[in-house]
Design a protein around this ligand. Structure first.
Ligand code: FES
Ligand code: FES
Length: 149
C-alpha cells in the first residue's frame, strides 16, 4: 500500500487490517506515537489524518490510503511550532509517554480554534490521558501557544 507519511510517499507492506500505529512504529520506525491502551481510549497513539487527530491504534492502515498522515516527527505547522515552544516554556512533560499524543491533539485543536477557552481545551483534550497528571500545564501551554499565533 502506498501511504503519504509526513509528506513522503511510502510503500507499506503490512496487511491492510494492521493498525496504522504498527505500520508507523514497526515498519517506518516512527516511534513518537505510543501504544497505550490499543482501544482508542488513551490517546497515546494520536496522529493526524488530513489534519484531524485520530487514534492510530484503532484504525486499519488501509483506512489511511489516499490521505495525509502526519506524525509528531513530521508536523511543522505554525500551530505545531507554537505548541512545541509553549511545551518547553511551561515544561509540560513529566515521564513523557503521553506527550506526543497530547501535542498532536493540541495542534489539531489550535488549527480549528486558534483561541480556545478552558472548556474548548478540556473537550478537545479529554481523550488524551496522562498518568502523571500534567493536565494543568497542558492547558496553560495551549493558552500560551494560542497567544503566540
Ligand atoms: S493506544 Fe491508541 S488510544 Fe490508547
Ligand atoms: S507525562 Fe507521563 S503519562 Fe503524561
Amino acid at each position: 500500500m502506498l501511504l503519504n507519511i509526513n509528506n513522503q510517499a511510502v510503500n507499506v507492506i503490512a496487511d491492510p487490517d494492521t493498525p496504522l500505529l504498527w505500520a508507523l512504529r514497526s515498519e517506518q520506525r516512527l516511534v513518537g506515537a505510543k501504544y497505550g491502551c490499543g482501544k482508542g481510549l488513551c490517546g497515546a497513539c494520536t496522529v493526524h489524518l488530513d489534519g484531524q487527530a485520530v487514534r492510530s491504534c484503532s484504525m486499519p492502515v488501509s483506512a489511511a490510503v489516499g490521505r495525509r498522515i502526519t506524525t509528531i516527527e513530521g508536523i511543522d505547522t505554525p500551530e505545531a511550532r507554537a505548541v512545541k515552544a509553549a511545551w518547553r516554556v511551561i515544561d509540560v512533560a513529566q515521564c513523557g509517554y503521553c506527550q506526543s499524543g497530547q501535542v498532536m491533539s493540541a495542534c489539531a485543536l489550535l488549527a480549528s480554534k486558534p483561541a480556545p477557552s478552558d472548556a474548548d481545551i478540556d473537550a478537545a483534550m479529554s481523550g488524551n490521558l496522562c498518568r502523571c497528571g500534567t493536565y494543568p500545564r497542558i492547558r496553560a501551554a495551549i493558552h500560551l501557544a494560542s497567544r503566540s499565533l
